[in-house]
Design a protein around this ligand. Structure first.
Ligand code: DP6
Length: 325
């Protein structure tokens, strides 16, 4: 087929983290996870399979990638070719819509958009569940970016049972995320490598697997009871437990920098003043503050005075996969 398909996928922030695989080739996670899809940050990708091409051509933010840079995407396209029985190489044009300094560019929105566009372009018409399973094989966090709002990825036991779905119950509170934009200077350890090192070497890894299942159960209970305080406490503790697996790995590493810790202390101070705010962070120094919109003005004022008003961006829940044109 020679059809072009274009899709948009938003990135997501994990509230209950995915940090380790039982099967790396298929991306089967050791634990289930829960995320919030965000508005603002998204990737748009167009795919056309063209019989005349000699290899895949990937244009990322208007730049043609070398074969080496394109390998992970080409490997993913191979899976689409096998599934759709399509022989041609693809022209892929992808644009990341994230603030340049944010360091929030994510494989989650990238592989979710690619899964949607490539499957359509190859002539397949996948359900969201099938799309989630396909995106998973590009990057674990992409499994969840197929859906908007709060999304649960059940770990499953193999390819067929490992996919995401929207959470059945959504909270009544108006959830807002403030992403702090600290630039990461030193080259950091990728999620793929970091989680594998934690799983192989942290003496706390099995405890994490156990605690994570409890966290998921309890956060669902907090949502059911409309209990934002418990919700926030679980989110923050789960993030800290994940990051403990980096510090306790051998060799040890961390995604925190000085500003990350400064911001964590600021969140704790705000709580002492009676404002219910919590934080989480993924494989990078940019802290994300979780709060209810009713407290947004107070928290923004404080962040502006400590870090400056161009050091953060406010985001809300975003939508699932969208097909364009
Ligand atoms: C800390 O999805 O980037 O953001 O599956 O190896 O591509 P791969 O890893 P990736 O890991 C995300 C880790 C995390 C937590 C999360 O998103 O759940």
């Amino acid at each position: 087929s020679n059809q072009t398909a274009t899709a948009r996928a938003h990135t997501n922030i994990a509230l209950i983290k995915y940090w380790g695989k039982t099967n790396s080739k298929l991306t089967i996670p050791t634990t289930s996870s829960l995320s919030l899809t965000l508005d603002h940050f998204y990737t748009e990708t167009s795919v056309t399979f063209q019989p005349e091409l000699q290899h895949d051509q990937i244009i990322f933010n208007q730049k043609l990638l070398s074969e080496k840079q394109a390998r992970r995407i080409s490997n993913f396209l191979d899976l689409v070719r096998i599934q759709s029985n399509c022989q041609a190489y693809a022209l892929v044009e992808t644009v990341n819509h994230v603030p340049t300094a944010a360091g929030l560019a994510s494989s989650a929105s990238g592989f979710a958009a690619l899964a949607a566009a490539a499957s359509r372009a190859s002539g397949m018409d996948l359900s969201n569940k099938e799309l989630s399973r396909l995106a998973r094989k590009g990057s674990g966090s992409a499994t969840r970016s197929i859906y908007g709002g709060l999304v649960e990825w059940r770990h499953g036991i193999g390819d067929h049972s490992s996919y995401a779905m929207p959470l059945s119950e959504s909270p009544q509170w108006d959830l807002v995320v403030i992403a702090l934009l600290f630039d990461k200077k030193q080259k950091q350890i990728s999620s793929t490598i970091g989680m594998e090192r934690s799983k192989q070497t942290s003496p706390y890894y099995q405890d994490w697997v156990k605690q994570s299942a409890l966290d998921l159960k309890q956060i669902k209970r907090a949502i059911h009871h409309q209990d934002f305080t418990s919700f926030g406490e679980i989110v923050e503790a789960n993030a800290m437990n994940m990051h403990a697996l980096t510090i306790s790995a051998q060799p040890s590493y961390t995604y925190f920098n000085g500003q990350t810790i400064q911001a964590m202390e600021l969140v704790q101070q705000l709580r002492k003043q009676g404002i219910p705010v919590y934080f989480t962070l993924d494989a990078g120094p940019n802290l994300k503050i979780i709060l209810q919109r009713s407290n947004l003005a107070a928290v923004k004022a404080r962040l502006t005075s400590v870090f400056g008003q161009d050091q953060y961006v406010v985001v809300a829940a975003g939508p699932g996969i969208q097909y364009l044109k």
